[in-house]
Design a protein around this ligand. Structure first.
Ligand SMILES: Cc1cc2nc3c(=O)[nH]c(=O)nc-3n(C[C@H](O)[C@H](O)[C@H](O)COP(=O)(O)OP(=O)(O)OC[C@H]3O[C@@H](n4cnc5c(N)ncnc54)[C@H](O)[C@@H]3O)c2cc1C
Length: 344
């Protein structure tokens, strides 16, 4: 059945990294695409900014090669204890979100992705199309992040559950990176992620309870207390609640991709790689006219992340928290196996 009122094959609600990956992917597959994003310029977001090794070739395949700093592994630290693992499957990259956004926006523009400066509020659909932001399309991807409006519009948002809510806060400091590993410092209350993102800039992301005091928590970690004297290179930016649940990822002509499709926690430094893989699967599903197949693909893509991240958050919130770094150090094979599995 043809529908002459269709403006575009695909509306992407949200022009963050996953929305842009989906838009680029769809253009490469020959679809016409409009990205609806209310924020202008190079979009920033609270993020650890570590592209895991698997994410770098995914971006390269899309024609995106953002400037950044090589990341060669993960180091868990707690006082004098540490557990280091160097990635066995290639390098990751520390990339400022604004740099990533600029590189992805330029590639999308090169491929004639349309951009609409608007917010998606209402989403309606029928047998042949979906309507949002004044456009009618064959398909719509909800790539509108943790607090997805599209997810609510299609009625698949689940209540948060009874687990403690966790948030993230990040800031950058003007210091030369002292490591090529993603350092994760475990204190009593927070996990502090150190990611080098430029020759003179290091990002610090803290994960913990709502209302965490960034400066006080940083000062309480002896190995990082010196950052209190370093010149800040950005203002504080927060995100959360991190845990977002969905009953399904596809309703009719609408598919949820990236954080909008459900998120567990940033404790494993994941999100971008997963979102890029979901974007590829979502485009593949609509190109083949089998949107329902995306649900299976989504489950396969995100299984390791959901299982391992849920397990680690559970441990981190339990009385076993102080034992995490010592155990990781005592079981290097297990620690390395988990890191490599999530980094793929
Ligand atoms: C503290 C912290 C540390 C993290 N560290 C890492 C890490 O090191 N590595 C990693 O891979 N991941 C990390 N993550 C996860 C990563 O940040 C996310 O998974 C990633 O940003 C998801 O991208 P996205 O495009 O789905 O969503 P977002 O980046 O949130 O983008 C969503 C976009 O949608 C737009 N939008 C919102 N509402 C609407 C609407 N109604 N209509 C239209 N547009 C809308 C927003 O303006 C935004 O631009 C971290 C997360 C946190 C919070």
């Amino acid at each position: 059945m043809t529908d002459s009122s269709i403006d575009v094959d695909l509306i992407v609600a949200g022009g963050g990294p996953v929305g842009l990956a989906a838009a680029i992917e769809a253009r490469l597959a020959g679809l016409s695409v409009a990205v609806v994003e209310p924020r202008a310029g190079e979009i920033d977001k609270a993020c650890g900014e570590g592209l895991m090794p698997g994410a770098v070739p995914m971006l390269a395949r899309l024609g995106v090669d953002p400037v950044g700093v090589p990341l060669r592994g993960v180091s868990y630290r707690s006082g004098a204890r540490r557990a280091d693992h160097r990635f066995t499957g290639g390098e990751g990259r520390g990339v400022r979100r604004t740099t990533l956004h600029a590189a992805m926006t330029a590639r999308a523009a090169e491929l004639d992705v349309e951009h609409l400066a608007d917010k998606v509020t209402l989403v309606t659909q029928d047998a042949t199309g979906v309507n949002a932001a004044g456009l009618r399309a064959r398909w719509l991807f909800g790539c509108d992040g943790l607090h997805s409006r599209v997810r609510r519009e299609i009625g698949v948002e689940l209540p948060p559950g009874r687990r403690r809510r966790r948030y993230g806060v990040r800031q950058h400091f003007r210091v030369a990176p002292w490591t090529d590993l993603i350092e994760v410092h475990w204190s009593r209350r927070v996990e502090a992620y150190i990611t080098p993102v430029a020759e003179d800039t290091v990002g610090v992301a803290l994960l913990g309870r709502p209302g965490l005091d960034f400066a006080a928590e940083l000062a309480a970690i002896p190995a990082l207390a010196f950052l209190g004297e370093a010149p800040p290179a950005s203002t504080l930016r927060g995100a959360g609640a991190l845990r977002q649940r969905t009953s399904r990822r596809h309703v009719g002509r609408v598919l949820l991709v990236g954080d909008a499709s459900g998120y567990v926690d940033a404790i494993t430094g994941e999100g971008l790689r997963l979102g890029f893989a979901q974007a590829e699967a979502a485009v593949d599903a609509i190109v083949h006219g089998r949107p329902g197949g995306y649900e299976d693909a989504w489950n396969t893509i995100s299984r390791d992340f959901r299982v391992l991240t849920t397990g680690l958050v559970g441990l981190a919130s339990s009385p076993l928290r102080p034992a995490i770094v010592p155990i990781a150090g005592a079981l290097p094979g297990v620690f390395g196996g988990v890191v490599d599995r999530l980094a793929r």
